[in-house]
Design a protein around this ligand. Structure first.
Ligand SMILES: [Zn+2]
Length: 373
C-alpha cells in the first residue's frame, strides 16, 4: 500500500511536468514497481521431474521422466556416439567405424501434410503445439530386445543411426531423448505421424527359436521370478532407481499368437505398466486425434498382426510395431493391452483426481510471452 501511495504521488508530480522524458521515466518506474512482484531473474524454475517436452512445452505425466537435458539422460540430438571411447566418439570417426551411421542426425522433420509455408516455419525446429497436434495421431509401442534403456540407446544411437522419443526402463523410469516435434526413426511408414517408445524387455521368441530367458530370469525358491540383467551388459545394468530389483508382472512366460506365429515372452514389470499407463493418458490428452484405444477387429478384440494398409492409414490411437510391419513382433504377446487402455482411460475421466493433478501444462515462458503479448 505504501509503495502504491508513493508511486501515485511520484506519478502525479511527473505527469504535471508532462515532457517526453518524464513519460519515459514514468514507464520505467511502472516497470520497476511491477517487476518487483514477478520472479526474480536468476531464480531456478521449478521442475517436478515428471515433465515431457512437446514442442517446447513442459507437460506433466505424474510419473518419473528423465529428459535428454537432465543429468543421467540420453540425448539423441548429439551427433557423437554416446558410449564409444571419447577420442573416437566424434561423428567423422564414428561414420568410418559404423557403417549404419549415415547421417549425424538420427531424426528429421515431420513434413508430411505441411504446406510449403509451414515447412519453412518449422524447418529450424520452430514448432508450435497446435501444428504438432494436427500431425501426431499414433503412439507406437516397441520392446527393445536389449533389456535396459541404456543398452537400447547404445544400439539405436551409436550403432544403427536410429532414434525413438521415449525409452521405458525396467524400473519404470521414462527417458525422453528428443522433443516430440521431431520425426524419430523407429516405425518406418508411421514415423512422420507417431510418437515411439522402446520398452525394456528381452523380447518374444517363436517355438523355432532359442530364447535367452534362462540368462535373464531366475525363479526364486518361493516361485517369484527375478530379472537378472546378465554379465554381457556390464555397465548397462545401472538403473535410475538405486538397487532396483525387477520382477515380471506374471511369473511364467506368456504364450500367444503374433503375426500368425505362436510366440513366448516374459511380461513387463509392474513399474513399467504404471509409467506406461500415465504416459499413454498424457499423450491422448495432449494429442486430440490420438484415441485412447488399440487396434480392434470386428468383434472388438485386439488385432494381433499387421493392419491392412488402408486400416493403418486411417488408424489413430495406440498400436504395436507389429501393426505396422509384417517383420516385427513387438511389443509381443505379453503386453496387457486392456490393462493399459482401461487404466489410461480412467485417468482421463473428467472426474479423475489423478488427471487434475498430473495433466496440467506448465509453460516455460512468462505468461505475457506465451500469450504473444
Ligand atoms: Zn520395434
Amino acid at each position: 500500500m505504501d509503495v502504491m501511495n508513493s508511486f501515485s504521488r511520484i506519478s502525479a508530480a511527473l505527469l504535471l511536468k508532462g515532457s517526453g522524458k518524464t513519460l519515459f521515466l514514468l514507464s520505467s518506474i511502472v516497470l520497476l514497481v511491477y517487476s518487483g512482484c514477478a520472479t526474480r531473474p536468476g531464480t531456478i524454475a521449478h521442475r517436478a521431474g515428471d515433465e515431457i517436452i512437446v514442442a517446447g512445452q513442459m507437460i506433466h505425466t505424474g510419473t518419473r521422466v528423465v529428459t535428454w537435458m537432465d543429468p543421467g539422460g540420453f540425448d539423441a540430438y548429439r551427433t557423437e556416439r554416446r558410449f564409444a571411447k571419447f577420442e573416437e566418439s566424434d561423428f567423422a570417426t564414428s561414420k568410418e567405424k559404423i557403417k549404419d551411421l549415415a547421417s549425424p542426425s538420427r531424426f528429421n522433420l515431420r513434413k508430411a501434410g505441411l504446406s510449403p509455408e509451414e515447412i519453412e516455419r518449422v524447418r529450424g525446429g520452430g514448432w508450435d503445439l497446435p501444428l504438432l497436434q494436427r500431425v501426431v495421431d499414433q503412439f507406437v509401442l516397441h520392446f527393445d530386445v536389449c533389456g535396459t534403456s541404456r543398452q537400447c540407446f547404445n544400439i539405436l544411437h551409436d550403432h544403427r543411426g536410429l532414434s525413438v522419443h521415449f525409452m521405458l526402463d525396467a524400473d519404470g523410469t521414462i527417458y525422453q531423448t528428443l522433443d516430440l516435434k521431431e520425426r524419430a526413426y523407429h516405425a518406418t511408414s508411421s514415423n512422420t505421424r507417431s510418437v515411439g517408445i522402446e520398452i525394456a524387455n528381452i523380447g518374444a521368441y517363436s517355438s523355432k527359436e532359442a530364447d535367452p530367458f534362462d540368462k535373464w530370469y531366475k525363479t526364486e525358491p518361493n516361485g517369484q521370478v527375478t530379472l537378472t540383467f546378465p554379465g554381457q551388459f556390464v555397465g548397462s545394468n545401472r538403473f535410475y532407481t538405486p538397487n532396483f530389483i525387477g520382477h515380471p508382472a506374471r511369473p511364467e512366460p506368456v504364450v500367444s499368437t503374433v503375426q500368425g506365429h505362436e510366440m513366448r515372452q516374459y511380461d513387463y514389470t509392474p513399474q513399467q505398466y504404471e509409467a506406461l499407463v500415465k504416459l499413454t493418458a498424457t499423450l491422448c490428452e495432449v494429442f486430440p486425434k490420438m484415441k485412447c484405444d488399440y487396434p480392434r477387429d470386428a468383434e472388438g478384440k485386439l488385432v494381433t498382426r499387421k493392419l491392412a494398409e488402408d486400416d493403418l492409414n486411417k488408424y489413430q490411437g495406440i498400436l504395436g510395431h507389429y501393426h505396422i510391419q509384417t517383420n516385427k513382433t513387438d511389443p509381443g504377446p505379453a503386453l496387457q493391452w486392456d490393462y493399459l487402455i482401461q487404466n489410461a482411460r480412467r485417468i482421463l475421466e473428467p472426474a479423475s483426481s489423478v488427471r487434475a493433478a498430473t495433466l496440467q501444462v506448465e509453460n516455460r515462458f512468462p505468461k505475457k510471452l506465451a500469450d504473444g503479448k
